[in-house]
Design a protein around this ligand. Sequence first.
Ligand code: DGP
Length: 115
Amino acid sequence: MLNTCIFCEIISGRVSSDKVFDDDMLYAFRDVNPQSPVHIVIVPKKHISTLGEVCESDEVVLGHIQVIASKIAKEFLSLKNGFRVVSNCGYDGGQTVYHVHYHLLGGRVFKWPPG
Ligand code: DGP
């Protein structure tokens, strides 16, 4: 069986998604299983499996994701009281989709430490 990546399928449009933002480096869409009133997934268009696999050449796109997460939160979603950006890495980190992504969560107050 061919090993396909669900986020690559979403980025290509072969699998539908509720898109929030898109540019040449990244794609952002609403999570299918939201953990808060606002739950967006932001993914680099380049397939990188985990944060544990990134290299120096990925600095630009990973930095860009932080800037766009802030822009989406403030300008598109009006999360004026704050928000959380999380990237789960590997088994211990709770990662289930092995294409690097950042969760942008908002619309409620989050606890720390996370479970
Ligand atoms: P993580 O567990 O950190 O790897 O997060 C993966 C997230 O991706 C999880 O919150 C659910 C979301 N997700 C998985 N498959 C799909 C999908 O097909 N569509 C959408 N919109 N979200 C998905």
